[in-house]
Design a protein around this ligand. Sequence first.
Ligand SMILES: [Cu+2]
Length: 153
Amino acid sequence: MRNIFVKASSILFVIYLAFGPEVEATNPGTENDVFQITIKAVVGQLKFDITEFSVKPNQSVELTFENPDFMPHNLLIVAPGTADEINRLSMSAGFDNDYIPDSPNVLFTTRLLNNQEVEILEFTAPSEPGEYPYICTFPGHGELMRGIMKVEE
Ligand SMILES: [Cu+2]
């Protein structure tokens, strides 16, 4: 009887060794190497609440964009150095296109979100390290409402 108990507890210990430490090693904000982040528009301020984050090249990203503000906002991740150009082009893209220009420099984008809307953007981070701006292109927002996604090892 005692022998069975000893065997059972040593099996449990082996299971702990196999799975326990691995669970603890998981980084906050990542699950199976998916980088998860939630960015919100700040109410009445033409700002994103997070203005900088870092991902690894080719990392899977799940970006949740929430709009608790009373005006519409979008979130476009664009090629390095092209935020001003995309901002300029956004006006002619117009409301029907959610102010999203048809440009190869627009890499990933949500649609235009109204008050209380949420969109989850899933993408693979660029392979090329660099500073990728994100920007809201609703008219009048693009100069101020910006952040940087750093792609770095
Ligand atoms: Cu905006």
